[in-house]
Design a protein around this ligand. Sequence first.
Ligand code: KE4
Length: 426
Amino acid sequence: MDTRKSQELFAEAQRLLPGGVNSPVRAMRSVGTDPIFIARGEGSLMYDVDGNHYIDYVGSWGPLILGHCHPAVQEALEKTLRNGTSFGAPSPLEVELARKVIAAVPSIEMVRMVNSGTEATMSALRVARGFTGRDRIIKFIGCYHGAVDSLLVQAGSGMATLSLPDSPGVTKGTSADTILARYNDLDHVREIMAAGGEQVAAIILEPVAGNMGVVPPAVGFLEGLRQLASEYGSVLIFDEVMSGFRVAYGGAQERFGVAPDLTCLGKIIGGGMPVGAFGGRREIMETVAPAGNTYQAGTLSGNPLAMAAGLAMLTELGKPGIYEALEEKSAWLADSLAESAAAGTIATCQNRVGSMMTLFFTAGPVTDFGSAKASDTGRYAEYFKHMLENGVYLAPSQFEAAFVSLAHDEDNLARTAASAAAFLRG
Ligand code: KE4
């Protein structure tokens, strides 16, 4: 595969950008190769600067559930662009997207738009601390909630890949109020809460983990957290930046029937434009400035272009049959991979929730970060490179999710399954 232009660009990028990228996982270090530079996307495909094309299962890390350049999203952006890019003043589109998000996610009675998932989780934690007057927060080992100081303590996404359990620059004071619990281990959370739950402002988690690879909630886990948070007066925060509008139109909370007090969103609600949001119970959200005293702000929050793209995307996703189609495509691919793996000798296991899935190179089961870390990441790196050579672009890390989009057609899925079979059957 000719990647000369990517190599030239990467050489220059490394002199200008830390690691040559604007987000660590894109540097592909954990799979031992150099990143390719993308020129354009079209439906399920991405084309690199050397003219190679790939079936894309990263989908910009989740937002592109309709595929690249979906006509409805493109049209909405082109139309909105003609009126301007940003006003720094309220615009109708913000009200429309807020209305749509609130209609889709019943636990959200009021919402604030921000510009990234990181801002959403960082703000939600501040609001929870302000609302409860407490300092402590519980997060789960292996969950990643963005580059938030108080949450970069054994985060599971890029951090795990970079084996940096505590990021330099995160102060002891900041980490001191963060308690780490084991994902899917309700007894551990019970223990922590029994020891001091009345000091816990918030319990935050990915209700479907995607940043240690995909790890579904164990039966009763979410319900148990809901009960514990209510019992101790702590705010239960679902970080649905990845799972929101991905695993169901109403997110993991709809799929699993558990309502948090606050929800963080991002990715899909911006249709590929920079966006995040946090929302939830009215009594909590009304403490957010200027309605209340907990400060939160952002120059480009609710900007028209992100609102327009998000509206177009949610409008498409709200149509009948969308999630059934995603389920059918994803199940077919997962079953094909499982069949190939069973015919081969490489130890693998798969986790999937809807159209987000991970093939772990370990016999499994993978139920938390400890079991995910048992994966043979060297083998995953070989798999990644094999698939890339065969025109399939997977997440460049074992600890991420593959995303199926509505744009992945039967031919894409069959080609993906065939390429994987060549590797898995050995
Ligand atoms: P952003 O600040 O990157 O928009 O969102 C942070 C975030 C928060 N919560 C969850 C559950 C997330 O998955 C993310 C970001 N996800 C990673 C992929 N695992 C983004 C990719 C990257 O960091 O470049």
